[in-house]
Design a protein around this ligand. Structure first.
Ligand code: SAM
Length: 278
């Protein structure tokens, strides 16, 4: 392991290597959070160098997360969430968005960065409906076999699986869709799959986002809309389908949708979608 760096932010618990940027902490830095170290802020600076509005992209992704959760609770009547790659609790999180609509909603957060567990434990100590588990999307069966998750969620009833802002961190060669398929296969009929991902429609700023990720984290690939649709494993995608975040209103398909060419370039970096398992 690399030697511990001296953090110039909060005191680093000993299990964290702060010399290398991590996805969770770079994203936290872009969102204006405090759970990041010098290497993470350098990573965020690389993003901002290539995409000056990268922070707004991160905020828009959080807003889309809340929009999706609100749809799932209000319209789809989901009361269980398995949120993988949940990240640090910088902004409004899944459990807050869901439980303010239905206090009975249960949320299981999963992330492979131990800093998420450390912060989540403290934050959620008083919230019996929410748990945080350290596990890896690349080992989906271990997530399904995890006793804490099995005790918390009822797999005989519908669950919303959230894979929000994660796919870009995996190259297609790793076959991320197969990990998600293993998870979806274990969920009851009536379950949902909610995804956001970086998109490639041939625009220079999208390519710049990819370049920033590759330079700072070594990942962060962009994909065509057709490839993003394949993430949904052939399940029917609810209206309005997979679209740019600013055009994506699952709760209100009659909303005043802006034309694609009305969107700022930074608003054309991420797409979202929700599919339903019949
Ligand atoms: N889902 C949140 C959102 O959309 O705001 C956070 C997205 S953040 C860009 C990506 C998160 O995925 C980070 O917290 C990172 O630690 C986590 N992550 C990356 N690879 C993972 C893996 N293999 N298994 C679980 N989590 C992972």
């Amino acid at each position: 392991a690399a030697p511990m760096a001296t953090p110039d932010g909060p005191e680093a618990p000993p299990e964290f290597d702060t010399s290398q940027p991590t996805i969770a902490r770079v994203y936290d830095a872009l969102l204006g959070g405090k759970d990041n170290f010098a290497a993470d802020r350098e990573g965020a600076a690389t993003y901002l160098k290539y995409v000056p509005d990268a922070g707004r992209c991160a905020i828009d992704n959080r807003d889309a997360l809340v929009k999706g959760v609100q749809y799932l609770v209000r319209e789809a009547e989901i009361d269980q969430f398995l949120d993988i790659g949940s990240g640090l609790p910088t902004q409004k999180n899944t459990h807050q968005a869901a439980q303010e609509l239905n206090p009975g909603v249960k949320v299981a957060y999963v992330d492979n960065d131990p800093i998420v567990l450390a912060h989540g434990r403290a934050l959620l100590a008083t919230n019996q409906s929410t748990i945080v588990v350290t596990a890896d999307l690349r080992e989906p069966q271990a997530i399904l076999d995890n006793q804490e998750i099995k005790d918390h969620l009822d797999f005989s009833r519908p669950i919303a699986l959230m894979i929000v802002g994660i796919h870009m961190h995996f190259h297609d060669d790793e076959k991320p869709d197969e990990w998600v398929r293993t998870l979806m296969n274990a969920l009851a009929p009536g379950s949902y799959l909610f995804i956001t991902d970086f998109v490639d429609t041939g625009e220079p700023l999208q390519k710049a986002m990819e370049q920033a990720g590759l330079e700072s984290l070594g990942n962060g690939w962009i994909r065509t809309p057709e490839r993003i649709e394949q993430h949904f494993l052939g399940l029917p995608i609810i209206p309005p389908g997979v679209d740019f975040l600013a055009r994506w209103f699952p709760e209100d398909p009659d909303a005043d949708i802006p034309d694609v060419d009305e969107l700022q370039p930074y608003q054309r970096i991420l797409m979202a979608g929700i599919a339903k398992k019949g």
